[in-house]
Design a protein around this ligand. Structure first.
Ligand code: MN
Length: 733
């Protein structure tokens, strides 16, 4: 037996009848009349097209569909194979395909069309990326890729009819993109086939020399193969293991690769033949390995156990190289029939075997149904698909531009993110987006494979709300950059305005001073490079106007002069806002309270209300004297200007004692003062002073100034005093 490999040769005389006949063997219980409808539709659409070979165009989709049957794909895929070029080449709309042949078939055809439009990079380092893009963009339906592979395989097979440039370009693209893809999806039959086709066009000299060598002594080699096969079969029979043994020359590309790897010529490559033993179960695989190694001498270091450790594409097999009967090296692969199916058909076989494992009765209809179901909702993706996706390390979604470029964005990305990925200017001017031709809100969550068109307007500008919509760091930083620039512009304008107003009092103006170069000194003094920078700093309240006026020679103002330039209320407002905006990072242990954003500022406690940690507090700005902290309820601050209030908070790291007054009223009994003092001291509270007063109605009144860490310590102290028999009331004074 020589050809257990799937034969993908071009069939010039393939008819729809023959295709249907083959499909019936694959899908015996399915009504396949729809295939004829697909065929008739495609034939009608392609009626004016010819292949480069001069053949009617329909022979191409027919061969592609046949390849899909050989790969044991489902009905949707075979239908899509027949229809795959109608959208791209005949301007058939996806809606029409969907209406006539169903949503699933339409999706596969549209997917294939999209792939044709991808602009692949051909540099070696971006290969993985290219192919990842392709897999992932189509990940909702891997059948798209399998149909595309079948398409490419047939095109490669009929490449002799196109120009030399096109041959090389197509072959290189196939080697860069489609071969790794087939390999990654484990479809080794397709991979090997494509590789040899590529070799033929990229290194024709090597290809034809190999072909010649293999063709030489063909009869001799074939009888050698036969001989070896029966030898192996004999041995297996001896140990009563049943299986199928095949042998053949290795495919050209694998020989070529070995030549390259070892830097040797064809003649020096010994192991040109490969044998394959297919058996029923894993235990027997290892048994057969033992048989082989006892019958032939194994070449050390050449045994590989891909059964115990499968390749990433799920390939499983035992590989060994032994010295054959004629003292030349032969490679032997040992695996189960099931593993072989997976090795040849990869993903397709995996779907199939998944079903078989589930129930013994192989119900192909059910399998198709399951596949359809899976395709209808991307969320309901099977474990297998998840595994494939994880395996490919998919970090995001792949989005198409209307011209077929692919952009990778993180999960959750929106059309706005996409717009910024295209270009900052596109992002800044975005007013709307169409996904797959339909208008969507800007916060729409993009899915892999979406085609996004951004609508822009010249008058549009980014807003703060956009920061909530965007998920990519690029978009967010671009929006922030824009907003910051806008803010700077505002500050500049305001600073310029404020300075001009102030200068009016001195009967001059910015223009006038600029002419006399009087700003030079100011800029030098404050280390600003431009006048604009100066304006920004005035406008953002970083530089008081008076400081500037003092530095201008023709404005006769000295440090000590009173200069009452009234800052408008709204200016003060923004000052406090900008103060509050600065990060709250002060953890200084030296201050009892933290003033937002201000490190070196004098903070005093209001003597009127003696705030202690735990009290709600506010800071009052006292010009020239820093900040005084009051309790929120303090009567002293009630009539003060609200604009002078500043947010302050207690410093958790500050644990020093705070003085506080408590007033205790008691029955006037002897020794009561020392009793209360003792109780306070026992609780570890320090008494700074005590004032005792006798009242006319036999009551005693005491004011204790004690030191507590915080409000809760004060409460504890108060309640412990309250518990004394003699005590009538305790309160904070
Ligand atoms: Mn095609």
């Amino acid at each position: 037996m020589f050809s257990e490999r799937i034969d993908f040769s071009h069939e010039a005389n393939l008819s729809i009848d023959e295709l249907v006949r083959r499909a019936e063997l694959l899908l015996p219980e399915t009504d396949l009349s729809i295939l004829r409808k697909c065929y008739e539709f495609a034939e009608r659409m392609h009626i004016n097209h010819k292949r480069s070979s001069g053949e009617a165009y329909i022979i191409h989709p027919l061969n592609v569909a046949s390849t899909l049957v050989k790969l044991k794909m489902d009905l949707d895929s075979i239908m899509a194979g027949l229809l795959h070029d109608t959208v791209e080449d005949c301007d058939v709309s996806p809606e029409e395909i969907s209406k006539l042949f169903g949503q699933n078939v339409a999706q596969i055809v549209v997917g294939c069309t999209k792939i044709s439009k991808i602009k692949f990079k051909t540099k070696e380092e971006s290969q993985a990326e290219n192919f990842r893009k392709m897999v992932v963009a189509m990940a909702q339906d891997l059948r798209v890729i399998i149909v595309k592979l079948a398409d490419r395989m047939h095109n490669m097979r009929t490449l002799q009819y196109v120009s030399k440039e096109k041959q090389t370009a197509k072959a290189q693209e196939t080697l860069d993109i489609y071969v790794p893809l087939a390999s990654r999806l484990g479809i080794n039959s397709v991979k090997a086939d494509l590789e040899d086709l590529c070799l033929r066009y990229i290194h024709p000299d090597v290809y034809y020399r190999l072909a010649e060598k293999i063709a030489m002594k063909k009869r001799e080699r074939e009888s050698y193969i036969e001989e070896t096969i029966s030898l192996i079969e004999e041995k297996m029979l001896e140990y009563s293991v049943q299986g199928e043994v095949t042998g053949r020359p290795k495919h050209f590309y694998s020989i070529f690769k070995k030549m390259q790897q070892r830097g040797v010529d064809f003649d020096e490559i010994q192991d040109l033949l490969a044998f394959r033993i297919l058996i029923n179960n894993i235990t027997e695989c290892y048994k057969v390995l033992g048989i082989i190694h006892s019958a032939f001498t194994p070449v050390p270091g050449r045994f590989k156990d891909y059964i115990a450790i499968p390749k990433v594409n799920n390939y499983q097999s035992l590989h060994t190289t032994v010295i054959g009967p004629k003292a030349e090296r032969i490679e032997i692969q040992i695996r189960t029939f099931e593993m072989h199916e997976v090795a040849e058909r990869g993903v397709a076989a995996h779907w199939k075997y998944k079903e078989r494992n589930k129930s013994d009765a192989v119900n192909k209809l059910k399998w198709v149904e399951e596949l359809m179901e899976f395709n209808q909702s991307a969320q309901n993706s099977s474990e297998f698909m998840d595994a494939v996706k994880n395996d490919l390390d998919v970090g995001g979604v792949f989005i198409f531009t209307p011209t077929g470029d692919v952009k990778e964005l993180r999960y959750g990305a929106t059309p706005l993110d996409f717009a910024y990925a295209v270009h900052t200017e596109v992002g800044n001017k975005t007013v709307g987006a169409k996904v797959n031709g339909k208008m969507v809100p800007l916060k729409y969550r993009l899915k892999s494979g979406d085609t996004v068109e951004i609508l822009t307007s010249k008058t549009q500008t980014p807003s703060k709300d956009w920061l909530k919509i965007c998920k990519t760091s690029r978009a967010i930083s671009k929006i922030k950059q824009y907003l910051m620039k806008i803010e700077r512009d505002e500050h500049r304008a305001r600073g310029e305005d404020l300075l001009d107003k102030a200068l009016k009092k001195f009967e001059t103006s910015i223009k006038h001073l600029e002419k006399k170069h009087e700003f030079k000194a100011v800029l030098e003094k404050y280390h600003y490079k431009t006048l604009e920078e100066l304006f920004v700093n005035i406008g953002s309240n970083h530089l008081p106007i008076k400081d500037i006026l003092v530095a201008i020679p023709s404005v006769n103002l000295t440090e000590n002069d009173e200069f009452d330039f009234k800052v408008e209320e709204k200016d003060l407002d923004s000052f406090y806002k900008s103060v509050a905006k600065t990060a709250r990072k002060s953890t200084s242990k030296d201050n009892a309270v933290i003033v937002d954003g201000l490190d070196d500022i004098v903070v005093k406690m209001g003597r009127c209300c003696n705030p202690i940690p735990g009290d709600p507090i506010t800071g009052i700005i006292t010009r020239g004297r820093g900040i005084t902290v009051h309790t929120i309820g303090c009567t002293r601050i009630a009539d003060m200007d609200k604009a002078r209030n500043l947010h302050v908070e207690w410093n958790k790291h500050y644990t020093f004692a705070h003085p506080v007054n408590i007033k205790v009223t008691t029955h006037d009994k002897p020794g009561i003062l020392s009793k209360i003092s003792k109780s306070i001291n026992n609780a570890g509270i320090n008494i700074r002073s005590a004032i005792a007063r006798s009242m006319p109605d036999q009551k005693g009144s005491f004011i204790f100034e004690i030191e507590v860490k915080d409000y809760s310590e004060l409460l504890k102290t108060i309640s412990s005093i309250e518990q004394m028999e003699e005590v009538i009331s305790v309160s904070r004074a």
